[in-house]
Design a protein around this ligand. Sequence first.
Ligand code: AMP
Length: 418
Amino acid sequence: MYKAPRGTVDILPEEQAYWRYVEAKAAEVCQLYGYQRLDTPVFEEAALFTRSIGEGTDIVTKEMYIFKDRSGKALALRPEGTAPVCRAYIEHGMDNLPQPVKLYYLASAFRYERPQAGRYRQHHQFGCEAIGDADPALDSEVIHLACQFFTSLGLKEITVQLNSIGCKVCRPDYVRALKGYYQRRAADLCPDCETRLEKNPLRLLDCKRPECQHIADSSPWSTDFLCADCRAHFTAVTEYLRSLTLSFSLNHRLVRGLDYYTRTVFEVQPLNGGALSALGGGGRYDDLIEQLGGKPTPAVGFAAGMDRVVLNLKKQGIPVPPLPSPCVFIAHLGNKAKAEAVKLAASLRTQGISAVMATGDRSLKAQLRQADSLGTGYAIIIGEEEMENRKLTLRNMVSGEQQSLTPVELRAVLGKGT
Ligand code: AMP
């Protein structure tokens, strides 16, 4: 027996209402904020991700699905959505458009992680990116968009954590201070953190082990090392957020798991969220486009984990609109009636009326049971008598009421219901 690969799930028909709801809300919010959809390939050149996400990150060192195609080219399944959007921005000359260019995506992402609740090897992200403007108002707009997305879904008590990790001018001073602090505690670090201390000290703050978290709690704050420009930017972002009455808390340990961030970083947590429960996160990445071969171009973005959004909708008991059932079920008795049913189903569908026809030769009772389970509003019954009279029986599946109608009358009744 084959099974879905570890860490992946099938999204079954009964789950689809949640997913369609979340996707529709994402599209609706993006429309409100002027973001246009962009779809990029599921795989890219592996180097696009190793260069942008960072050589010392967990994603690049442990989690990427890398493979060689038949020509020997190193490719990777997309582990996140920002780098592909930036690649597309550069490749399609979007720097010639009025800036900022605002794009969004709904895409699956692949990371070889240890599967657990809310953590998969294939997950789904809704992300948006505003490229080509350094204005702090854009940072606050992206954070506001993220919050509006979550709250418009009905999710309760969404909290925002915010930090600034500075830029290439001021961050080296902070990293030096952080390194010094951790070097003095090197003996107490986990083996992974010993490597992080050498290769990528910012990642020390991400470690989930309790002993390392304890050390991170008293570590130096990045906001104490910001240069004048970064400080002014951060102050402006917080002021815009306050003017929007968007509440947030400052978290000096928030650095995010990817290296390309500069200045603003943020994360969104749900009600009763723990360390692994972030619904989404993002921030500024002012150097990334240049790093990928484009002109220096500031940008800011955000990505939400749709799988976790669906989990939280269920956990919080938030009802989602059901998907429409087919309008009508066609039951038939006898070969002549079946031939008539085939034609009727086809003609209803071409008129835009959704119809499911019984197949096989089951009893009327069994056919109506199927109509019930499909949730159709009506069933049409074609039997010998109906064939002789050139009439059809229309049964209201809710009231059980039946009426005998000509094909023209039938279309008029069903047409009203669609
Ligand atoms: P990131 O690209 O790591 O900032 O992730 C953005 C969002 O995607 C996170 O806040 C999570 O909600 C979600 N996410 C990240 N990794 C996973 C995963 N392995 N399984 C499910 N959701 C994930």
